[in-house]
Design a protein around this ligand. Structure first.
Ligand code: SAM
Length: 367
């Protein structure tokens, strides 16, 4: 039997052709860069909640690595902390960057290094800088990038600060979720530069003009892992010591569902859970919490209890007044970033909107 020199070649070609049309500037990169080198194994959650590691010996490995699937590549305390993003979403974000030869790019969220390899293939190693907060990941990514023949600058650190000594950048792309745009990125970007960044459960595309950045959200949803920060576990039992009040929103679960995207902008990093009756699954209560330690619980009888720095249910009620039945599409929202303030708007930068919180620890220039 003749063993093919490169068993992934046909799989790469099939994936590239499934994702891209002929003439797409990213087709050659997807055809050439071997995803399996960057994802030597991944983790899948079984029905009982346990994580199972899938390696190349498993027949499903090759099919999964060259399919249009996000793959979890790192888990800490049962929670995914890094992944190789869904290739079609990566491509959508690369298209949004509108890259040209000669551009210098910063990627925040190296993860496996696969996206950095695609960028290096397109632009050349010397024009690519990638960084991740996790030194284990940057170490492995550097090795795998080298194995695939790429040598971009790989840095360890909190991507919210950017990499000033490699600036200025024509393009900045983040592959972890942020509550707003870190001001250092605007300072490190050239005039006319493009920033593509997941904010809330969407991806914003901003252009730099003067000392501000502005742009709209892409139409599709995106659920990226949030920028790593220490978030306290929610203490729902402690809420019983707080004073209850009636909810002004009659249908809390429906409100959370249809307000998902705007809520992800007003309450960055929010999570929610429900408590359901064992016999018929009826929702008996729901809990809501954010990384700053704010927490709310709404009981089936319509009472609300809240604690922490922010009254989260007030934020839900306010948005529910704005959008009682359905929320506008993602791409009707936009975002403007200046040195003193940044805000999300609906339809027009001067239209209705709300301020975004700063990315903590980035110098406080964005309030
Ligand atoms: C979805 S993964 C990135 C996927 C990656 N682009 C790839 O091609 O494999 C998100 C990454 O963001 C990283 N991350 C989280 N917080 C970060 C931070 N503050 N600065 C830089 N990277 C961060 C995580 O460690 C994780 O590897």
């Amino acid at each position: 039997m003749t063993v093919p020199a490169d068993p992934s070649r046909d799989l790469r070609t099939a994936l590239a052709h499934r994702l891209t049309a002929p003439g797409d500037p990213w087709r050659a990169a997807f055809e050439t860069v071997p995803r399996h080198v960057f994802v030597p194994s991944f983790h899948e959650q079984a029905e009982d909640g346990r994580w199972v590691t899938i390696t190349p010996e498993n027949p499903r490995y090759w099919e999964a690595v060259y399919s249009d699937r996000a793959l979890t590549t790192q888990i800490a305390d049962g929670t995914p902390t890094s992944s190789s993003s869904q290739p079609s979403l990566m491509l959508e974000m690369l298209h949004a960057l509108d890259m040209a030869d000669g551009h210098r790019v910063l990627e925040v969220g190296t993860g496996t290094g696969y996206n950095a390899a695609l960028l290096s293939h397109r632009l050349g190693d010397s024009r690519v800088t990638t960084m991740d907060v996790d030194p284990d990941l940057t170490g492995a990514a550097t090795r795998r990038l080298g194995e695939a023949g790429h040598h971009p600058a790989v840095r360890v650190g909190d991507g919210a600060y950017g990499v000033p000594d490699r600036a200025p950048y024509d393009r900045i792309i983040a592959t972890c979720g942020l509550p707003s745009v870190p001001w250092p990125w605007v300072e490190q970007a050239c005039e006319g530069a493009v920033i593509v960044v997941p904010i809330g459960w969407g991806v914003a595309r901003l252009t730099i003009h003067g000392d501000a950045a502005e742009g709209a959200f892409l139409p599709g949803g995106a659920y990226f892992m949030p920028r790593r920060a220490d978030a306290p576990a929610p203490d729902f039992a402690g809420l019983e010591r707080t004073e209850p009040r009636p909810s002004r929103t009659a249908t809390p679960v429906d409100a959370l569902r249809h307000l998902e995207f705007p809520l992800s902008l007003t309450m960055p990093g929010y999570r929610f859970c429900t408590w359901n009756r064992e016999d018929d699954g009826t929702v008996e209560g729901l809990g809501l919490w954010t990384p700053d330690g704010s927490i709310a619980r709404v009981h089936a009888d319509g009472t609300v209890r809240q604690a922490g720095p922010r009254r989260l249910w007030e934020a839900v009620e306010e948005l529910h007044r704005w959008f009682p039945d359905t929320a506008p599409a993602r791409d009707s929202f936009g975002i403007t970033v200046t040195s003193g303030r940044q805000w999300v708007w609906l339809g027009d930068p001067r239209g209705p909107g709300w301020d975004l919180p700063p990315v903590s620890g980035t110098g406080g220039r964005v309030r």
